[in-house]
Design a protein around this ligand. Structure first.
Ligand SMILES: Cc1cc2nc3c(=O)[nH]c(=O)nc-3n(C[C@H](O)[C@H](O)[C@H](O)COP(=O)(O)O)c2cc1C
Length: 356
């Protein structure tokens, strides 16, 4: 199984990716938030910083590009190739109004003829650059009825990966992923094998198991919000945590000589697990704060970033409403630090934390 970290604009930039990679295992590939090339023929400094090799040491990174102009896509790809990247990803999923009205992201899905012409030119150019291209897509702009035609278009091109978020643009993040639409992709790519990656609402080990039950041949999954709330999610799914409370308790409980009950051992190990995870989450948080402190000028901007993250972190704790309010209101760094210390010392971490 391959585990991918979803691109998340404003959140999973290089500071976040490096800190995540430092404290958590399990992610095979990190996607950058989208780069939007245009006629200026220049990456913004934010875009450049995000893809600079020195900011991405020891991590597999796939840069993502958002455009509907083949020429701009190929210009950005070549720039990225010169920086050492061998693969780029096309964003056909972004649902935001400002992107969609420009016929980009999931807005491009409503123009299948233009999309096909774009892919033809882009795939040709990418081949000449000696690179690979993957696509991240929704299953339609206004209706899942569009999906069959879109899949047919994708099947014409040698995509290295088709990442499917089975919602339509107008869903934004409402409703549930349309697993029937995903099933259609699984079926249609059997004869013309484009490697598929499933993306959408994988927030727990159980969510993942349910997906595998229905699609046992799944080889690759991408996760976003679930990882923001529980950065250890990929590890937990991959079973990489040796001292996971329940399992360790079970193995100790099997030892005849241990006088303690299985129940008390499970509880004890569960507590230890929560405590270790909380400590790790705190270290991760502190690394993020320090990283943003170095990358962004001014406490106000750093706090803005951290508050965005707390929308997700906050859901990892029990009864943290009061302290969270303090974080949201903080305009000074020391007030923020106090509020964070309070959450970590007073609130229990959920076991496991889950994005709601
Ligand atoms: C705040 C935010 C920013 C996002 N930015 C991007 C982006 O830059 N590129 C992209 O393809 N998708 C973006 N997405 C979509 C995610 O990559 C992902 O497809 C979506 O969150 C569904 O996966 P999940 O249910 O695992 O979170 C973003 C989503 C959110 C919530």
């Amino acid at each position: 199984m391959r585990y991918e970290f979803a691109p998340m604009e404003g959140i999973t930039g290089y500071v976040y990716r490096n800190a995540h990679h430092q404290f958590y295992k399990g992610i095979d590939r990190y996607f950058t938030p989208f780069i939007t090339p245009n006629q200026t023929r220049k990456f913004t400094s934010r875009e450049m910083n995000d893809v600079l090799p020195e900011h991405n040491q020891g991590i597999v990174i796939i840069p993502q590009i958002l455009t509907n102009k083949a020429e701009d896509f190929l210009w950005a790809s070549e720039k990225l190739r010169d920086l050492g990247y061998e693969e780029v990803n096309l964003n056909l999923g972004c649902p935001s109004g400002t992107v969609v009205t420009k016929k980009r992201g999931s807005g491009f899905l409503a123009f299948p003829v233009a999309l096909n012409a774009f892919l033809e030119e882009v795939c040709d150019g990418i081949d000449r650059l000696g690179m690979k291209i993957s696509v991240k897509t929704r299953v339609g702009k206004d209706s899942p009825e569009e999906w069959e035609e879109l899949l047919e278009i994708y099947s014409r091109y040698p995509l290295s990966e088709l990442i499917v978020h089975p919602r339509i643009q107008t869903d934004f993040y409402r409703n549930h992923p349309n697993l029937d639409a995903y099933e259609m992709a699984v079926e249609k790519t059997q004869s013309n094998p484009i490697p598929l990656t499933y993306n959408g609402d994988l927030f727990s080990v159980q969510d993942f198991e349910k997906l595998i039950e229905r699609f046992p041949n799944t080889e690759s999954v991408m996760m976003g919000r679930g990882l923001l709330t529980n950065p250890a999610l990929a590890e937990q799914i991959a079973g990489m945590q040796e001292d996971h409370g329940g399992r360790e308790a079970e193995s100790i409980g099997n030892r005849q000589s241990d006088p303690r009950s299985l129940e008390s051992l499970e509880k004890e190990n569960g507590e230890k697990f929560k405590c270790d995870e909380k400590k790790r989450l705190r270290e991760f948080h502190d690394a993020l704060l320090a990283g943003y402190g170095e990358a962004i000028p001014g406490d106000r901007n750093v706090l803005f970033k951290m508050k965005e993250l707390w929308f997700y972190f906050g859901q990892a704790f029990e009864n943290d409403e009061k302290a969270l309010k303090q974080i949201r209101k903080a305009v000074k760094m020391d007030v923020y630090r106090d509020a964070v210390a309070k959450i970590f010392s007073e609130c229990e971490l959920k076991n496991p934390p889950r994005f709601q």
